[in-house]
Design a protein around this ligand. Sequence first.
Ligand code: PMT
Length: 423
Amino acid sequence: MTMAPEKITLLENKRILLGVTGSIAAYKTVDLASKLNQAGALVDVIMTEAAQQFVTPLAFQSVTGRAVYTDLWQPASAGNGLPTHIAHVGLGEGADLLVIAPATAHTLAKLAQGLADNLLTVTALAARCPLMIAPAMDGGMYMHPATQANLQTLQGRGVLLVEPEEGRFASGLVGKGRLPETPTLIGHVRRALGGTGRLAGRRVVVTAGGTAEALDPVRYITNRSSGKQGYALAQAALDAGATVTLITSAQHLPAPTGAHIVPVDSARSLRDAVLHAVQGADVLLMAAAVADFRPAQVAEQKIKKQDNDTGITLELTRNPDILLDVKAQRTTDGWPRVVVGFAAESENLLANARDKLQRKGLDLMVANDISAADAGFSVDTNRVTVLDVQGGQQPLELMSKTRVSELIIERVAALLTDQTETS
Ligand code: PMT
């Protein structure tokens, strides 16, 4: 049996108006509407006449389970619980976000001019929620000075722009103007909706993945960390409105939209990146699994086996303890305000985790129980206990790494609020 897709807390019960205009990329936004709906959002679709040349209203209605609007004079109630004014007022009222994707050059020009000649452009004028536009068109049209000027006008008014991507168009030409794929579009929607969250204005640094310690040019020692917990933390911090730097060795994972990615590999490169990034940062979430030891020598050439070799002995040397270095730096400059460590333990979970909390000068320690197959490294779920400096411990049941991250972010936000109130 396959699991239903997980709801996205930030999107649950959010009213999103999706405006679809006449581009071949309209077919992609059926998937966007579907994924937003699966994530828990209430998606009302407005289609222009040109959009209906590419996709039918029934396609959107089928994936959202809600009426689709095409006509300026159609009442907005239609069973969606919307006020029964004429559509453009009813749809705009109480919406959390208006996303126009794909947005054609023609619609962008109308929006820039404030023209109101169809249900979508009238709604865009009437709605009080933020407006996000995702242009999709031929590269020549996108780069045309008229389109660029219209985009500048719109951005100057606070309209959120999702930059189109470079690539091949339906015409066979290549250029900038392709609508990004659904995960990227949803990432932008999350950025827009999370902007006023509990970490708005805060800078958060997250580390993710296992370090790799080179033996020779082709081999290295690493561990089983997939980076999933760190990436989920970065996304949860973004959803709460933070500016996020994600220092990662797990670059195979899709980057959360809006995060500043710093790629690293060894413990020492991670250390340098962390010590740099935490200057002026509010929070450090240290989910990376850092090698405590590395090969004492890195062979310049690939290590060869000899016929009579029965084994080789590797000499290892200590790596820096990054959190101890952060502790020392924090003592002098006060940054970051809150430091959260993670401990993956196979025995004496709480005692070992509490010892690390105290020794490394942390505010919270997240103790992972890795004795079960469904928690800790590589899997999508985790079972953790959050320890604090007052001796408190919050055991959490088995849950997704996404949910674990949201709860950690709530604890972090509360600590920052306490600090602000007592300073
Ligand atoms: O990446 P996933 O597959 O999703 O798995 C997530 C995870 C299990 C890796 C993660 O949740 C986790 O527990 N990370 C910490 C792993 C660990 O065992 O760390 P530690 O007990 O060795 O270290 C404790 C803390 O000190 C950690 O925050 C670690 O980042 C930090 N540390 C460790 C060694 C070192 N030299 N410098 C450090 O700063």
